[in-house]
Design a protein around this ligand. Structure first.
Ligand SMILES: O=C1O[C@H](COP(=O)(O)O)[C@@H](O)[C@H](O)[C@H]1O
Length: 270
């Protein structure tokens, strides 16, 4: 597989795959197996694993099983971690996605070194444009090889979804939904506080190898049903359609999938 996907997707994206698990514990177990599979394939391809993660309810579900794997299946030294979105606050602020991920996940994995985790440059908090450009350069640094980089191809991007259908910090009806060039963009009018954030954009999302939405609980029922059953609403989450061979998966518990009529797939034995 070529390291970088072409600019304009030529094939139709595959429909999303929905996995529904009896509870959040089962979900976390399967998610860990899925992440390890993505990791192994990435290491095979390029000897590293590039992951972008979100904040919100996701880090806890992601960490639950992964951090307890003692069988050597998780090759922590190969991980390179970015944020799908970040709030423009200091890294020790409780609104920071890094802070949350560190509390729930990174701090519990001593093998993970700080330099493997790409955080925002907090010296630029007063200048969202510049901070966003600096974060984009972090991505360029990680993805640029000998070839020119048209779009970064993450091995895996993990996303949550808010009740309004937002993912990353891409909110319904926001002009950033139309961003075609920047990989990372600032947003200063986020409807969900804090208002100032940065987010990766669709050019990045839609070139990833794999995207997994992760969510649990009744609170996600309505938005999940809208995102999967009514793509015509074009919610930010429904617009995530990576170019082939990229794929989108939804990991949810039965409480979250109660309303959707979208067909469930059986989670494979990994
Ligand atoms: O503001 C944000 O919200 C979304 C969804 O959060 P959740 O708590 O409903 O899971 C999250 O994915 C994103 O990273 C965060 O900045």
């Amino acid at each position: 597989m070529a390291p970088f996907a072409p600019d304009a997707p030529t094939k139709t994206p595959s429909p999303p795959t929905l996995y529904s698990f009896p509870d959040a514990d089962d979900l976390s177990k399967s998610l860990a197996a899925f992440v390890i599979k993505a990791q192994n394939e990435a290491i095979e391809r390029r000897n590293k694993f590039t992951l972008a993660t979100s904040g919100g309810s996701l880090p806890k579900m992601l960490a639950k099983d992964l951090i307890n794997r003692t069988d050597g299946a998780v090759r922590w030294d190969k991980w390179e971690i970015f944020f799908a979105d970040e709030r423009l606050v200091p890294l020790d602020h409780e609104d920071s996605n890094y802070y949350l991920c560190d509390k729930e996940f990174f701090s519990k994995v001593p093998e993970l070194k700080r330099e493997q985790i790409h955080t925002i440059d907090t010296s630029l908090l007063d200048d969202p444009e510049e901070l966003s450009d600096a974060y984009e350069k972090e991505l360029v640094g990680a993805f640029a090889g000998k070839e020119s980089v048209r779009n970064p191809v993450f091995d895996l991007i993990l996303l949550g979804m808010g009740p309004d259908g937002h993912c990353c910090s891409l909110f319904p009806s926001h002009p950033l939904l139309e961003e075609k060039d920047r990989w990372v963009a600032p947003i200063e009018d986020s409807p969900k506080p804090p208002s100032k954030r940065i987010t990766i954009t669709y050019p990045v999302l839609n070139h990833a190898h794999r995207i997994a939405f992760v969510m649990a609980g009744e609170g996600k029922q309505e938005s999940l049903a809208k995102a999967l059953d009514q793509p015509e609403l074009k919610l930010p989450a429904s617009r995530v359609k990576p170019a082939p061979p990229g794929d989108v998966y939804w990991f949810a518990d039965d409480a979250a999938t109660k309303q959707t009529k979208y067909p469930r797939a059986e989670f494979p034995k990994l």
